[in-house]
Design a protein around this ligand. Structure first.
Ligand SMILES: NC(=O)c1ccc[n+]([C@@H]2O[C@H](COP(=O)([O-])OP(=O)(O)OC[C@H]3O[C@@H](n4cnc5c(N)ncnc54)[C@H](O)[C@@H]3O)[C@@H](O)[C@H]2O)c1
Length: 433
């Protein structure tokens, strides 16, 4: 295939070298003449292990050249990849001016060429950017089907970029509508394993990954600081933490949903951050876990109280399914607040047997919700009634029973990620998705 690559920096140069190795004919484009000349000589414009060999070989095979002319590159290729920079503005906002500039030039060149073309955006851009930029600059070409646009986020790391390109940690293709057929071209170029989603989701995956990486590094560094204060080698601690691939390095605890609660997480985070504070160790990330969790709970409360419903049914009162532990359960706070604000509340939780509650669990009820017994319904049918907002906090009832008793008069808020709830006749709303 004939492919033009716009922006010969880290991403563009590596993409060029790797696609040329696959036998594609590459035209690199950059506004810096020096980079173009270096590329034309088969010399990488950036330092990256393995890239020089790739470019020299591609050059020798006649598969690689570069130009400063957008029009020339567009005329000579049928697919273009945009890898220009997306730096921060002084305000911290994303600067899309390089992307806008290059897409505008590509659009003008395509209008003269009038042959069908594919455009792949690889620059990291906030969700909605591909949509907005194509709408603004390319909508005429897309309307007459002269142009197909993809968003294909790049996950390579500098210094291992060539190996990462060949064996990516993740491959996600964004198409305009998330449809799979249009992604076939991308899969043929970048690998069959790529997940296909819409533009916005593909754009967001890149930010979620980088925010997660930053979170992991910050977490390890904060454990390091507080560990050192305690005379502990936190590198050894983190080594052990990483050995747990069931709860720690795993998909567990990695889905949006309920605020965290229970007898351990809030208490233990509190103890660790309190110790650090008392000993002069600053842990801004760990310090913000409980406030962030509280903010999450408040956003659930806003969703419920602003729903316009006055009757609320809570499905699952405990902090997770199949336990009767109510300690620091978010739903206890939700119920308490709703009662205080005059909502009509019913609760269903088959795991709760109030008569059998003892110790700390009983104290939660006695202090926070002394009339819980009067709100707890003995069966699902009574709890659901004929209408109301259903807050599905835990998977505490068979879906078949929900299908029997939930009607179009109910409005279900899914807090736990329960896909079957979408099949009910009621209105469905995900808490944070
Ligand atoms: N560097 C990485 O490790 C990495 C990894 C994944 C994603 N990304 C993302 O990929 C994008 C590119 O990153 P990079 O590090 O390769 O950037 P870079 O700054 O190294 O290279 C960008 C290149 O684009 C060129 N350019 C600017 N305007 C142009 C135009 N109109 N026409 C042609 N070329 C033009 C610049 O001259 C420059 O050479 C960014 O959005 C970045 O966030 C980077």
């Amino acid at each position: 295939m004939n492919i033009s690559i716009f922006g010969l920096g880290y991403v563009g140069a590596v993409t060029a070298g790797c696609l040329a190795r696959q036998g594609h004919r590459i035209v690199g484009v950059d506004v810096h003449l020096q980079k173009v000349e270096s590329f034309n000589a088969g010399i990488p414009p950036i330092i990256e292990p393995g890239l020089e060999d790739l470019l020299k070989t591609a050059k020798a095979k006649g598969l690689l050249r570069a130009t400063v002319s957008c029009e020339e590159a567009i005329n000579d290729t049928e697919l273009s990849i945009v890898c220009v920079g997306t730096p921060s503005k002084v305000t911290g906002a994303l600067d899309l001016s390089f992307v806008r500039g290059v897409v505008d030039q590509i659009g003008n060149a395509l209008r003269k060429k009038t042959k069908s073309h594919a455009l792949v955006m690889r620059s990291t851009m906030l969700p909605g950017s591909t949509q907005a930029i194509t709408q603004e600059l390319l909508s005429d070409l897309m309307a007459v089907r002269l142009l197909q646009v993809f968003y294909y986020p790049e996950f390579l790391r500098e210094s291992t970029a060539v190996a990462d390109f060949e064996n990516p940690s993740l491959a996600v293709v964004g198409t305009r509508d998330g449809g799979k057929p249009s992604a076939e071209l991308m899969k043929s170029l970048f690998g069959e394993k790529a997940a296909v989603v819409n533009w916005n989701t593909a754009e967001m995956v890149k930010y979620a990954c980088n925010a997660f990486h930053a979170t992991k590094i910050t977490f390890a560094n904060e454990i390091g600081r507080v560990g050192k204060q305690m005379g502990i080698d936190a590198r050894a601690v983190m080594e052990l933490l990483c050995q747990d691939t069931k709860l720690n390095l795993s998909p567990y605890y990695m889905k949006p949903g309920n605020p965290f609660g229970g007898s351990c997480l809030p208490k233990d985070v509190r103890a660790l951050t309190n110790h650090a504070r008392m000993n002069g160790v600053s842990l801004p990330m760990l310090d913000n876990l409980l406030p962030s969790n509280e903010r999450h709970l408040q956003s659930l409360l806003s969703l419920i109280t602003e729903s316009g419903q006055s009757e609320v049914v809570i499905l699952g009162m405990t902090f997770k399914s199949n336990t009767d532990d109510l300690r620091e359960s978010a739903m206890v706070e939700v119920a308490q607040t709703l009662l205080g604000r005059g909502f009509k509340l019913r609760i269903y939780d088959p795991a709760l047997n109030l008569a059998a509650l003892v110790g700390a669990n009983k104290r939660v009820i006695d202090s926070k919700m002394p009339h819980l017994a009067s709100l707890l319904c003995p069966d699902l049918k009574t709890a659901l009634g004929s209408q109301g907002l259903v807050v599905a906090a835990q998977k505490c009832a068979p879906v078949a029973d929900l299908k029997q008793f939930i009607t179009a008069q109910h409005h279900v808020v899914d807090v736990n990620g329960w896909p079957e709830l979408r099949e009910l006749p009621s209105k469905y709303e995900g808490f944070c998705w």
